[in-house]
Design a protein around this ligand. Structure first.
Ligand code: AMP
Length: 558
């Protein structure tokens, strides 16, 4: 298999780049890298559609770095030579991190600066005055710096627009058009996008010259050998019952991203799980960017098992926050709004962000569109990893499921989402506990939790930022999954009495009740190898996943 592929060392890349690639442990280029890098090195403009997690950042970053290294051999003048535009701050940070890794052996020759963060323009000015070779930023930030005369792009050689289909929908159109006026006449440009929609076509006209279009994947998600997708029909109360039992009994294994439809739902679910002493973090547009990036980075390091997130669609329906749960999955329209007060429009969890080693994605609330489904689920099974996605679906959302089904089934004719044959009647015994916990999580409790979390995170983000800059190690001590509990915690809910565990599940479960809260011990791969455990009566189509020795030891200990 490997012999067919063009290898990194056959691409004529600088030795320092090859060394960095080797350090990253990349044995061979991904498909998009294999196709895009040689074309980019020839100087072609590219429009690339690659599925999320396919290695598309390096597909443009490698030729970009190579071009700068080559260019600097002849032109010594220091200037901004490459601009990478991203729709979100999280992605900006991630792109910078990837370029830093790839330039580990030529960091003096290729300097990169991410200006997408929230710092004052004046604070970023000194960085830009040094004319970093690569600037990464959102269009609005870049435009603001150009206006403030902090950034000159006259010597630009390369322009990249990453997650191009989001750039317009995040309201960056005007900034982008202004910005293009400041570019030289000739530059090489890449558009990277998960979808090639009308917005991307418009961008193509705007920035690309005779581009080569790469549509590498028929499907935008990996196939079933890598990504298992399931759906389970359940109404509102059953959603809570099911998530509680899946997590509490340890039927879901590994790092898990749980998507909900609105900000309030984030906190409702967190508080609900708190009732059972199941710790989780929330990730949403209201949190300061510093906290968001820190949560993602700690999650990647294995500090937490569960993140409850809204995706960017959650921002699109301002009324959703206060709405009842049934409506949370129905948000169909794709409104292109500016942010509401306190929310950050340059936020994106389901898009672009490189969550690492995510074993499972759970759509607690159904995503608002097919695109959103693809991007949420695309957070798992990245690169060559396996993953599982489970989508809760209420009766009223069945038509949305059909839409997703038909979009994903596409060429293959195979049904993408299999039914998750969970026997709800087996967990009936847990229902009164579930109701008990749901009752405690009142509207007021959710409101208070939301406020408390923001206050807490603002403190983390702003006041302590300076301190952490000087004491980076202490940053590790900052956890984002602490209990918020304005809701009254009933201690008896913490434990799962044996009599409640269905006899068919006795050998499978790993109740979290006795598990100690992990203290600052990163566990990058997740405790257990993967995903959802075999279900009741052994009839579940899911494969059975066994504990690793490590996990078993942990259980025995507790
Ligand atoms: P991206 O699509 O750029 O977000 O990349 C998804 C993940 O794939 C990142 O964690 C990369 O580090 C990883 N990755 C990129 N290129 C390769 C490669 N050639 N081999 C293995 N992993 C890779």
């Amino acid at each position: 298999m490997t012999s067919e592929r063009l290898q990194f060392h056959e691409m004529g890349l600088d030795d320092r780049l090859l060394k960095a690639v080797a350090d990253l442990g990349w044995a061979q280029p991904t498909l998009i890298q294999e196709k895009a890098i040689p074309l980019a090195l020839e100087g072609k403009d590219l429009l690339a559609r690659a599925r999320t997690g396919s290695g598309k950042t390096a597909a443009y970053a490698v030729p970009l770095i190579q071009r700068i290294l080559t260019s600097k051999q002849t032109v010594r003048e220091q200037a901004v030579r490459a601009l990478v535009l991203v729709p979100t701050k999280e992605l900006g940070q991630q792109v910078q991190a990837m370029i830093r890794q790839l330039t580990a052996y030529c960091a003096r020759d290729v300097r990169v600066a991410d200006i997408s963060g929230k710092a004052e323009l004046s604070a970023q000015r000194p960085i830009l005055m040094e004319k970093p070779d690569v600037v990464v930023g959102t269009p609005s930030r870049v435009q603001a710096h150009i206006k403030a005369q902090n950034l000159a792009l006259h010597a630009l050689e390369m322009l990249v627009i990453d997650e191009a289909d989001l750039v317009f929908s995040f309201g960056f159109e005007a900034d982008l058009k202004n910005l293009i006026c400041h570019l030289p006449k000739i530059y090489q440009a890449f558009l990277m996008s998960a979808t090639l929609n009308d917005d991307v076509q418009a961008l193509k006209e705007l920035v690309l010259h005779n581009p080569v279009t790469l549509k590498l994947q028929g499907s935008q998600l990996p196939d079933s050998s890598q990504l298992q997708q399931y759906s389970v029909k359940c109404e509102e109360e059953d959603k809570f019952l099911l998530i509680y039992t899946l997590l509490k009994l340890g039927l879901v294994r590994g790092k898990t991203l749980i998507f909900v439809g609105s900000l309030d739902r984030c906190y409702r679910l967190k508080l609900f799980l708190e009732q059972f002493s199941i710790p989780s973090c929330v990730l949403n547009s209201e949190l300061p960017v510093h906290s968001r990036c820190h949560i993602i980075s700690q999650f990647n390091q294995g500090f937490y098992d569960y993140i409850i997130a809204t995706d960017e669609q959650g921002l699109d329906n301002p009324t959703a926050d206060s709405q009842s749960a049934e409506s949370s999955g129905k948000k169909k329209k794709k409104k292109k709004t500016k942010s509401k007060t306190g929310k950050d429009k340059e936020y994106g969890v389901s898009r672009g962000v490189d969550f690492q080693n995510i074993a499972n994605v759970i759509n607690f609330d159904f995503p608002a569109s097919v695109e959103s489904y693809i991007h949420r689920v695309g957070r798992t099974a990245r690169a060559d990893n396996k993953g599982t996605a489970l989508t809760f679906i209420s009766h009223s959302e069945l038509s949305l499921l059909e839409e997703v089904e038909s979009a994903l089934t596409g060429d293959s004719g195979n049904c993408a989402l299999k039914p998750y044959g969970f026997k709800m009647d087996e967990i009936e015994g847990f229902r009164y506990r579930c109701r008990d916990a749901m009752r405690s999580v009142t509207k007021q409790a959710v409101k208070e939790a939301r406020l408390k979390e923001i206050k807490q995170e603002l403190l983390n983000s702003e006041k302590l930022k300076m301190y952490f800059e000087d004491n980076p190690r202490d940053l590790q001590l900052l956890r984002h999954d602490k209990d918020l509990h304005p809701a009254i915690i009933k201690l008896h809910l913490k434990n799962v009495p044996d009599y409640l565990i269905p006899s068919t599940m006795k050998n499978l479960v790993n109740p979290l009740s006795r598990r100690k809260k992990k203290k600052l011990k990163p566990n990058p791969k997740g405790v257990v190898k993967t995903a959802f455990k075999k279900n009741i009566r052994g009839k579940n189509p899911l494969k059975s996943f066994r504990y690793t020795g490590k996990a078993r030891k942990q259980n025995n200990k507790s």
